[in-house]
Design a protein around this ligand. Structure first.
Ligand code: PRX
Length: 630
């Protein structure tokens, strides 16, 4: 049993949890990784298939452009599928899917590989080759992971754009990645309504010129515009002989790019985080195995969207690498009633549920009666990600959903890190609101402005001191920004963009972002994106966006706008502006409130001081105003 000497509000693992854990204890793994960090990762990597072994685990000669498993050849799609298909595992369920309307589809490893091979051949026939970018803008349906794996199989780079984004967000991501092919759906079901994905894509395609072919998966069945010579129905192509099952896989250098994922940064446009086949594969495989203690008989459900990093790493790649059964649900948690999730847990016998605090808070407000109507005894472990979990939500998740038996793995990580970084393992004592300690072998610290480590319980910049296999390799098309943004404030250390504190037990507590990123319902948005959507409206001259605390969403967007000279303030203008942001960027970015103002607080060099706006909105002291212009 773990020692019971920790301070504060501690939940120790039950005897049952400790005894039933099939993974080593945290202390054991940490000791191994401390003794020989690269040996630890090499041992993990050797559990996967490499057609040629690596000659060097880590190359740090071009810091911060680290490379892993140099000389090794592999393919993440092979390790997700073919590796299992060669064993009795071939008939195990790889993917279970439930549609919002209740339809059900399932794929064994054998069947999933078959679909991926057929799709890979189809992509080839459209002229997609190694290194080409393919944008995916789809709902949560099995064809999304199939398309991702098909890209990986041929060495193409997928760039998934979350289906909740809209016109400008999609256009910008297609343009920046210079994608040749777009894969989309006619529509997606969300809360019983249809999100017209193809229609949004058509509008986005008018703003960018790189796409040669659009593959459309039929899901919702409504009439859509199909442009001759550009748009193709997926189901029609999949019936052609070119969509052959026979697809010889190409083994790739470990450092071959796997995907781009756009995320909001400190300033300016969203940036494309680049991950590669080898290191990302080893990182996601290892962390999911140890943290969730994934087992042969498990049914595992990560309720994120595949369009975000959580879905990439822990709906698609991590679970398949581990030979697990991954469950994917198409729709909203409360559709048609607030027991939808609990119903599915009972129906499919889900053992592990991994979700975000915002979802927990959202479901909590409907009360205990909804989950209590269902048999949730299949659950063994729970996970949380995306933002700090407030102790109240933690308790509810633990007692009402986990029935007091299931430990909660509060995993801190980022699009950039690719894998869990601060996280418990099943038998680690937990403190509600803390992700406990760094994953074995990782070294992290909390620094003050001068780069000096702060004392216990003091707030500072969270940094990572050593490289890890699933780390981003660069910002696609912008290596300088990669260096400037992540590796320059404290040379040699990776800057996370979060502030945190560490208590006397060495447990980390994330406080929040220190940059211009706003986390709305766990979704990462940049003030710059919201502001640029606002100023693209003809009435707006200038805009500023801030995040203010929100009971369910964690943060909600509040925006301030200055109107163009001569622009009349009519009654519906703020409502019109909110809809405009929703149309351009997506409903998740729709500001809660927009205020029309005559001026904005700025520094003498003209930068908007969002911190002043925020302090004012919260009725707090704005702090040092020395740089304020007026
Ligand atoms: O602020 C941290 C918060 O989410 C940020 C990363 O966002 P994104 O790249 O979209 O990835 C989210 C899913 C991995 C972090 O900088 N964050 C993520 N997980 C946690 C968290 N904050 C507190 N606790 C967490 N468990």
């Amino acid at each position: 049993m773990p020692d019971k000497t920790l301070t504060g509000d501690v939940t120790y693992p039950s005897e049952e949890t400790v005894q039933q854990a099939r993974v080593p204890r945290w202390e054991e793994l940490a000791a191994e990784a401390e003794k020989d960090y690269l040996g630890f990762w090499a041992r993990e990597a050797s559990e996967l298939y490499w057609s040629e072994p690596w000659t060097q685990v880590l190359d740090d000669s071009r810091k911060p452009f680290y490379q892993w498993f140099i000389g090794g050849k592999t393919n993440i799609a092979y390790n997700c599928l073919d590796r299992h298909v060669r064993t009795p595992h071939r008939n195990k369920l790889a993917l279970l899917w439930e549609g919002e309307k209740g339809e059900f589809r399932s794929f064994s490893y054998f069947a999933l590989r078959r679909e991926v091979c057929r799709f890979a051949n189809l992509l080839r026939s459209l002229g997609i080759k190694k290194g080409d970018r393919v944008t995916l803008y789809m709902g949560r349906i099995p064809e999304l992971p199939i398309a991702m794996l098909a890209c990986a199989r041929i060495g193409a780079i997928h760039s998934v754009v979350y289906g909740g984004f809209t016109v400008e967000a999609l256009a910008e991501r297609i343009e920046d990645s210079k994608s040749k092919v777009l894969i989309t759906c006619d529509g997606a079901y969300q809360r019983g309504k249809i999100v017209p994905l193809k229609q949004i894509a058509d509008e986005a395609l008018q703003r960018t010129g790189t796409i040669e072919s659009v593959l459309v998966v039929r899901r919702t069945g409504q009439e859509v515009n199909m442009e001759q010579g550009r748009d193709l129905w997926y189901h029609e192509l999949m019936n052609l002989p070119i969509a052959n099952v026979d697809h010889p896989i190409e083994m790739l250098d470990a450092e071959t790019p796997l995907f781009l994922l756009y995320t909001s940064g400190t300033t300016g446009k969203p940036k494309a985080i680049l991950h590669t086949h080898g290191g990302y594969m080893v990182g996601t495989y290892t962390t999911l195995k140890y943290v969730f203690d994934i087992r042969e008989e498990d049914r595992y459900w990560c309720a994120a969207d595949p369009g975000w990093i959580t879905g990439h790493s822990y709906i698609v790649y991590g679970p398949l690498l581990n030979g697990a059964t991954s469950f994917l649900y198409e729709g909203a948690p409360t559709f048609p009633y607030p027991n939808r999730w609990w119903q599915m847990i009972e129906k499919y016998g889900i053992n592990i549920l991994y979700t975000a605090p915002t979802a927990i808070r959202g479901l909590m407000r409907f009360g205990e009666a909804w989950p209590n109507r269902h048999d949730l005894s299949s659950l063994r472990l729970l996970g949380s990600v995306g933002e700090p979990i407030n102790p109240e939500a933690w308790r509810w998740y633990h007692t009402v959903i986990g029935r007091g038996r299931c430990p909660i793995m509060d995993t801190w990580w980022q699009t950039e890190t690719g894998m869990f970084m601060i996280t418990p393992m099943p038998s680690v004592p937990l403190k509600p609101g803390s992700g406990t300690r760094p994953f074995p072998g990782l070294h992290m610290d909390i620094l003050n402005e001068e780069g000096v480590p702060v004392g216990a319980n003091e707030e500072g910049y969270l940094v990572i001191q050593n490289p890890w296999p699933a780390m981003m390799r660069t910002l696609y098309n912008d290596p300088q920004r990669y260096v400037d943004q992540y590796w320059s404030k404290f040379p040699g250390m990776y800057l996370t963009g979060d502030s945190a504190r560490r208590d006397e037990d060495g447990y980390y507590w994330i406080i929040g972002r220190v940059d211009d990123v706003i986390k709305v319902s766990g979704y990462r948005l940049g003030t710059a994106e919201i502001e640029s959507a606002l100023v693209s409206h003809p009435a707006v001259a200038e805009a500023a966006a801030i995040g203010l605390p929100h009971e369910i969403k964690g943060n909600a967007i509040h925006a301030f706008v200055i109107l163009k000279a001569g622009q009349a303030r009519h009654d519906h203008l703020t409502e019109e502006l909110r809809s405009h942001v929703s149309h351009e960027l997506g409903p998740i970015a729709k500001p809660e409130k927009i205020e029309i103002v005559d001026s904005l607080p700025k520094t003498r060099s003209g930068k908007i001081m969002r911190r002043v706006l925020k302090a004012r909105a919260l009725g707090q002291d704005p702090g040092n105003l020395a740089t304020l212009e007026e």
